[in-house]
Design a protein around this ligand. Structure first.
Ligand code: HEM
Length: 458
């Protein structure tokens, strides 16, 4: 079961039948009873059936593609043949028609509009606020206390996103957003299940979800209202959105602005928080690697504040983050839907099939990553030095192709700066021998927070 080259599009040669995969209903019960089971289910599919696996979930055709060449095909070379998959419909209940969920010309225009906010010079200019929010957070920590570092990381990355993208101090609302987001994430697997059914089928038990959404709306509309009422024009992402005009000279509606601000605020902090929380967990499990990281940070920074422009002097910090994103990819799967039949690895995939590219499965594939369960930042030394050691499309924390994460550089800079700042002052250790379970909602979160013991070093 090697990694085959992607087959050319169907032409002249009869494609084989549907790919193999689980049939019947037993796996369906397993997934409906325990939505956390998706990670194991997809892993088992790949191990048992190979790189292309076809199954039906609630009558909806789905195909897992785990072959880097096939992934390239779906996300990059033939991307016009795919839209976002049905689950993004569930996500659009929260994000509306923002950059992550919109399609076609509308998406293209928004992407062009938002992109300049993520240019390198801008990102470098956010470095100071990233380290100062982190330092301020650590000032409140006591040595030897057990903290939910997932909650801490959510808080600090939200402050950073709100300030860097929208020039807003979000401190008072951070608790509201954190709680609302937890509810939304817990309800999302249920909503994703219903996304496969027609719109007229009501989703039961959505009271808590609706209240959470109303809380998020209140914060986001507040950000827009305050800027409209203010004379200040800091030239940030919010100004770019407010100043945008279409070909008829019309600005964005309040609803549309809400969708973009909500998308960027949520996508802009949640995934980075998960990256940092999982990295701290892995370092707590691996004290030797944590000591190496500490030594690098101590030597390079020598008491100075970490700076965005000199992150290349912290290669082990970058390697630890890459390895954490391999083992716990915050975006654990990407979904697409085929518009027309296509062929991959000799199999014919019918139009309408939902395609799953799972970073969780791909990043733990032993053919790509020897001893895949082991946390080993060293495996990234070549890549960090700019030498490719892996097949292209074998590592996809930020996706690929035209829909690749717009905030990838921001996220990488932010996670390295926050991690270096944390490690310079604190050591992290496990508070309990109980493993922390991963919960695959829209993102990969710790099931019930992530408690670690923190010990002050200086
Ligand atoms: C470690 C942090 C992050 C990870 C792992 C991550 C991952 C991803 C992935 C995998 C996609 C592609 C989804 C798809 O193809 O369907 C994506 C898209 C996106 N991300 Fe991120 N992201 C991160 C941080 C950020 C940040 C900091 C921002 C903004 C400030 C952001 C905003 C977005 C947006 C707006 C999209 C949609 C882009 C488009 O379709 O044009 N993300 N992200």
């Amino acid at each position: 079961m090697g990694f085959a080259k992607a087959q050319p599009a169907i032409a002249g040669r009869a494609a084989r039948a549907l790919p193999p995969g689980p049939r019947g209903v037993s796996f369906l019960w397993r997934l409906l009873r325990a939505p956390d089971g998706w990670l194991d289910f997809l892993t088992d599919c790949q191990r048992q059936y190979g790189n292309v696996v076809y199954f039906r979930f609630l009558a909806v055709p789905a195909c897992l593609i785990n072959d880097p060449a096939g992934i390239e095909r779906v996300l990059v070379t033939d991307h016009q043949n795919f839209t976002k998959s049905m689950d993004y419909r569930a996500l659009s209940r929260v994000l509306g028609q923002g950059l992550l969920t919109s399609e076609g010309e509308f998406w293209k225009r928004q992407r062009r509009l938002v992109q300049p906010a993520f240019f390198r010079e801008r990102i470098l200019s956010y470095g100071g606020l990233m380290t100062s929010y982190t330092a301020r957070m650590m000032d409140t920590w006591q040595t030897d206390e057990v903290r939910d570092v997932h909650r801490d990381m959510m808080h600090v990355t939200l402050q950073i996103a709100a300030r860097s993208l929208f020039n807003v101090e979000i401190d008072g609302d951070a608790g509201t957003i954190g709680r609302a987001l937890t509810v939304v994430m817990e309800e999302m697997p249920k909503l994703a299940g219903f996304a496969f059914l027609p719109d007229w089928v009501p989703v039961p038990g959505l009271g808590a979800f609706r209240r959470a959404l109303a809380d998020l709306d209140q914060v986001v509309y507040g950000i827009i209202r305050d800027r409209r009422a203010s004379a200040a024009r800091p030239g940030d992402l919010l100004d770019m959105l407010l100043d945008a005009r279409d070909e008829n000279g019309a600005g964005m509606s309040d609803l549309h602005l809400r969708d973009e601000v909500m998308t960027l605020l949520l996508a802009g902090h949640e995934t980075t928080a998960n990256t940092l929380a999982w990295t701290l967990y892995l370092l707590a499990q691996n004290p030797e690697q944590q000591s190496r990281l500490e030594a690098e940070v101590r030597t390079v920074l020598d008491g100075r504040v970490a700076e965005a422009a000199s992150l290349d002097r912290l290669p082990y910090t970058q390697m630890a983050l890459m390895e954490a994103q391999r083992l716990y990819p915050p975006a654990w799967a990407i979904g697409r839907k085929a518009l027309r039949d296509f062929e991959v690895s000799g199999y014919r995939i019918p139009a309408g099939t939902n395609i799953i590219v799972s970073q969780w499965v791909l990043h733990r594939d032993p053919r790509l990553y020897p001893d895949p369960e082991r946390f080993d930042p060293e495996r990234w030394r070549e890549e960090v030095a700019g030498r490719r050691s892996l097949p292209k499309f074998a590592y996809l924390p930020f996706g690929a192709g035209p829909r690749v994460c717009v905030g990838a550089s921001l996220a990488l800079t932010e996670s390295a700066l926050v991690l270096a700042t944390l490690i310079e002052r604190f050591r992290f250790s496990l508070a309990s021998a109980e493993p922390v379970k991963a919960f695959p909602s829209v993102t990969l979160r710790p099931r019930q927070g992530l408690r670690l013991r923190v010990e002050r070093l200086r």
